[in-house]
Write a protein that binds this ligand. Structure first.
Ligand code: ATP
Ligand code: MG
Length: 418
């Protein structure tokens, strides 16, 4: 076949999809315990939502968005992240009236035009949680705690929580100026991308992975020395809150995150087992996002975790994904006359929550038994003339070889206990 999936997207096949279901099940339970309600949001939005919400001068908006005109000549963008859409939906539906909080989560595919590599795809999946309406540091602590708790329940090891504050519109201009001054002095050693960032977004230079830029960024003035009183107190209280919950974290003055909407808290959770694409989760506070997309003032804090990368790390670390889905029972017909009855029996088993496969096709008894063995089922149910006449089913344990003929009710009871 000459049509293949486009570059950077992948099919999640049955051998992997059950692992995704497990991660999502654990996630949904944890979200429920933290009182976060699930949302399902559109995969595409008006382009403006992201250009204004995420920010014109970000990598995402500058070069990673899938943007096109629809048939009505509207500019549409496949969502590159979930937060802007979550805030849009919360405002549009009045989910967060003044003075109250809304705790929301969602999961699904995001789209970014990036160079595909291991752990980096053009369609990837995020788990996303947002806590809206609460300006205080306890909400930031709750969001970090929620992400860490999901990873704890999934059994992920070797994770590192990295924390920073990126200030607010009151103190960032001063910090920006200090950075500009510093970087101008080392202009000749900055990479081309960072030179471009000088004017538009000098904070992003802190995040550059190029060695030289990194060395210069290490010596740059620290944001911690430029926070206003409010941001400094907030940052301090977030740290105290994390310590009260017993979380290990470390501070990184170079952590800025690639989205413009962050204010105050920014954090990432890194895995030691992912190589270059080492971030499994990123988040922070975005007190001005709602206003930048034309809404009222609405503080918020949230995180997005990469589902593809979570599964990758769990596989590498040998984490459990719970029980793999497996057919319990394989139903075979001893002769052609019993074939119709196998479908009735298989259906009855399934209605009673016993996973059953029935041989489809007109194969010999021997071939069906062989298929049963290969299927991974623990049991075979055999129906032949004798069984049909006495209204019994022969149940065989494929591991021990033991077998017995039972009435249907007893059979179902026995299999349900397994
Ligand atoms: P990175 O530094 O890896 O590019 P990012 O800062 O762009 O990540 P965020 O926008 O913070 O990522 O998204 C949150 C999480 O989503 C990331 O920590 C990562 O796990 C996941 N993620 C982001 N981009 C991709 C991608 N292209 N493919 C797979 N997962 C991704
Ligand atoms: Mg990125």
């Amino acid at each position: 076949m000459d049509i293949k999936a486009p570059r950077g997207v992948r099919d999640i096949l049955p051998e992997e999809s059950w692992k995704w279901s497990y991660v999502l099940k654990v996630t949904a339970e944890t979200m429920a315990d933290f009182n976060y309600a699930e949302m399902h949001l559109p995969l595409f939005e008006h382009t403006e939502l992201f250009s204004r919400g995420v920010g014109e001068a970000t990598d995402i908006v500058e070069k990673e968005m899938y943007t096109f005109l629809d048939r009505g000549s509207r500019s549409i963008t496949l969502r590159p992240e979930a937060t802007a859409g979550m805030v849009r939906a919360a405002l549009e539906h009045g989910l967060c009236s003044p003075g109250t909080a809304a705790r929301l989560w969602c999961w699904g595919p995001m789209f970014r035009y990036e160079r595909p590599q291991k752990g980096r795809y053009r369609q990837f999946y995020q788990i996303d949680a947002e806590c809206l309406g609460l300006p205080g540091p306890m909400a930031d602590v709750e969001i970090v705690a929620l992400s860490v708790e999901i990873f704890r329940r999934l059994g992920l090891k070797n994770l590192e929580v990295v924390l920073n504050s990126v200030g607010c519109p009151a103190c960032r201009p001063l910090y920006r100026r200090a950075l500009l001054e510093h970087f101008s002095r080392h202009k000749e050693r900055l990479c081309a991308t960072c030179l471009g960032r000088m004017e538009r977004n000098p904070l992003r230079i802190l995040d550059c992975k190029q060695t030289d830029c990194g060395l210069i960024a290490d010596e740059a003035p620290s944001v911690h020395d430029h926070l206003c009183d409010e941001c400094r107190d907030h940052f301090q209280e977030v740290q105290e809150g994390l310590e009260r919950l017993g979380f290990a974290y470390h501070l990184d003055k170079r952590l800025v995150r690639g989205l413009d909407y962050y204010t105050k808290t920014a954090y990432e959770i890194l895995s030691g087992d992912l190589g270059a694409q080492n971030a499994v989760c990123g988040g922070g506070r975005y007190d001005n996002l709602a206003e930048s997309i034309g809404g009222p003032s609405l503080p918020g804090v949230g995180f997005a975790a990469g589902l593809d990368r979570i599964v990758l790390v769990m596989e590498q670390q040998g984490c459990s994904f719970g029980r793999s889905p497996q057919t319990q029972v394989y139903v075979v017909a001893q002769d052609p006359e019993a074939r119709a009855a196998t479908q009735v029996l298989a259906h009855e088993l399934r209605r009673n929550r016993v996973s059953a496969e029935q041989d489809s096709g007109n194969r010999s008894f021997k071939a069906q038994m062989k298929a049963a063995g290969a299927s991974g089922a623990a049991w075979v149910c055999i129906l032949g003339p004798e069984e049909l006449q006495k209204d019994l089913v022969t149940l065989k344990n494929l591991e021990t070889g033991e077998q017995a003929s039972l009435p249907k009710a007893e059979l179902i009871e026995r299999l349900r206990q397994n």
